[in-house]
Design a binder for this molecule. Structure first.
Ligand code: DCT
Ligand code: MG
Length: 490
């Protein structure tokens, strides 16, 4: 398991011995967090807002636990759960709790009682702060399903059932149980409670009790440690390899990447995936991604200075590292044909300069491939230390976006995946369709008798990102507020 919280200090509120708190603490520890019981500088205070819903309750508790310290983050526990589900320390913006807490280290208050300290030093919230704080809490509360941990473990079981190539009904049973749990507002921790829920059978009900009482599932541990799972993960790390190929290779006795590289039947994509196995499985720093953009824009200058390059995906959402670099390419009043012509020229020039390392997929509206920083730009990456070495080959996407579809495409290519699912769901609940081409209203076509014979799509908006949010009645979220978990309700 990756250590996403590596060494971060977590203080839980409540700091009780309730089952849920114990499970969440173990979950945090298993991902590298250190659990503390007093506030310390730079720590994370993780609050169960179901139990602590009022600012005054939270402030009281924090004062009891040592009062505010420098650089403390106050977050809803949903952040912990969602981060562990994503195996990535999520940006905390969506989970922040706005409380104003007194600093007890000030000499003038060191000797006073917690009660007087609070009365004396809590700055009253302004009306807008109160509204914002309540708003945050209502959004956050809905992301915090009490069964999130159980759901995470059951999802991993479903994945293992698929990986192990078991009877497909077994993995389906887990998916149905997860769906039922997601709709259950109560914490389900025993066999008796679980078995009453439609969609949960005997075997899964037993597992839910095991998860809640031991915060563990022995069968899952066994399956994850199995040689088969280890090999599946290794082979699926090759670009373009999914369950089917990985499974086939294992069945044929392959044990290592070396074995795979000896095969004579590899596709060109699989060969590239093997060649760049290391580079394409490591995250790219924000600084490096920014330098790729600067370099490409410099090459572009000679072709067309008016083309816009925006890095989408996790980069636009503010992440410190990214899996690939998703360039969204557009130009004022320009359609796809002209853009394609411009980008083809760009690719030719990038081949000449040596940046272009390989092509994976070329379609009318996208190019996927590999690119590396020139020695000059690689030197900038290394803090202006001159080097003759080329940078590492990185996974680059060029996504060509006609100007009139800019807003819809920006939403799609910014993500994250869960945000996209939720905003599309919002559209479909309103009889609309949202995709990277635009937001459309579905309209029935009726015959003379009033019977529905067909339907058509009417474009509502596609260029303006903010307008699409507005029409959907979704409060505008900056890209860095779109790092949401699957339990988040938009
Ligand atoms: N996307 C989506 N659904 C998918 C895959 C992608 O909606 N199944 C959208 C959302 C993000 C964007 O495309 C870019 O995709 P990725 O590069 O795969 O994701 P990312 O968020 O940029 O993450 P990473 O840092 O791993 O690249
Ligand atoms: Mg990406």
């Amino acid at each position: 398991m990756s250590k996403i919280f590596n060494g971060s200090k977590f203080l839980f509120i409540p700091n009780s011995t309730s089952k849920l708190t114990i499970i969440r603490k173990k979950l945090a520890q298993s991902h590298g967090a250190v659990i503390i019981d007093r506030l310390l500088p730079n720590c994370y205070v993780l609050i169960d807002t179901k139990l602590y819903s009022k600012d005054s309750q939270i402030v009281k508790k924090i004062v009891e636990l040592g009062g505010d310290k420098p650089d403390v983050k106050y977050l809803n526990q949903g952040w912990l759960v969602d981060s562990t589900q994503k195996l990535q320390k999520l940006d905390d913006l969506n989970y922040k709790i706005n409380v104003t807490v007194p600093r007890l280290s000030s000499p003038s208050i060191r000797n006073s009682s917690p009660e007087t300290k609070r009365q004396k030093y809590v700055k009253p919230l302004t009306r807008s702060e109160i509204i914002e704080s309540n708003l945050n809490r209502s959004i956050i509360g809905s992301s915090n399903n009490p069964n999130s941990y159980t759901i995470e473990i059951l999802s991993q079981m479903a994945e293992q059932r698929d990986i192990q190539g078991d009877n497909p009904f077994k993995s389906r049973a887990y998916k149905i149980a997860i769906d039922s749990l997601q709709k259950t507002p109560k914490y389900i921790d025993t066999y008796d409670k679980a078995i009453k829920i439609p969609g949960i059978g005997q075997s899964i009900a037993e597992k839910i009790e095991e998860i809640c009482t031991t915060s563990n599932l022995r069968l899952l541990n066994q399956l994850q440690k199995s040689e088969k799972n280890q090999l599946m993960q290794l082979f699926k790390g090759i670009y373009s390899v999914g369950n089917t190929f990985a499974q086939k290779w294992i069945d044929e006795g392959m044990k290592s990447l070396e074995d795979i590289s000896q095969r004579k039947d590899l596709s060109s994509l699989q060969k590239l995936g093997l060649k760049y196995y290391q580079e394409w499985n490591e995250r790219i720093s924000r600084k490096e991604a920014t330098l790729h953009r600067e370099y490409i824009m410099e090459v572009m200058l000679a072709i067309d200075p008016d083309v816009e390059f925006t890095i989408g995906g996790s980069y636009r959402r503010g992440s410190e590292t990214s899996g690939d670099i998703d360039f969204i390419i557009t130009k004022e009043d320009t359609g796809l044909i002209e853009l394609k012509f411009i980008v083809n020229k760009l690719l030719e020039n990038l081949k000449i300069t040596g940046y272009h390392k390989c092509s994976l997929t070329t379609l009318s509206n996208k190019w996927l491939g590999g690119g590396a920083l020139t020695p000059e730009y690689n030197s900038k990456l290394k803090g202006d230390i001159k080097t003759d070495e080329w940078g590492k080959c990185r996974r680059i996407d060029f996504l060509l976006v006609p100007w009139d579809q800019k807003g819809a495409s920006f939403i799609y290519f910014t993500g994250n995946n869960d945000f996209n699912k939720k905003i599309r769901l919002k559209a479909s609940k309103r009889g609309m369709i949202l995709n990277d081409a635009g937001l459309f209203q579905k309209q029935d076509i009726k015959n003379d008798k009033g019977e529905i014979v067909d339907s058509k799509l009417i474009l509502l908006e596609s260029h303006d990102e903010k307008k699409i949010f507005e029409i959907l009645d979704v409060k505008w979220r900056e890209p860095n507020q779109r790092n949401i978990g699957s339990n988040f309700i938009l």
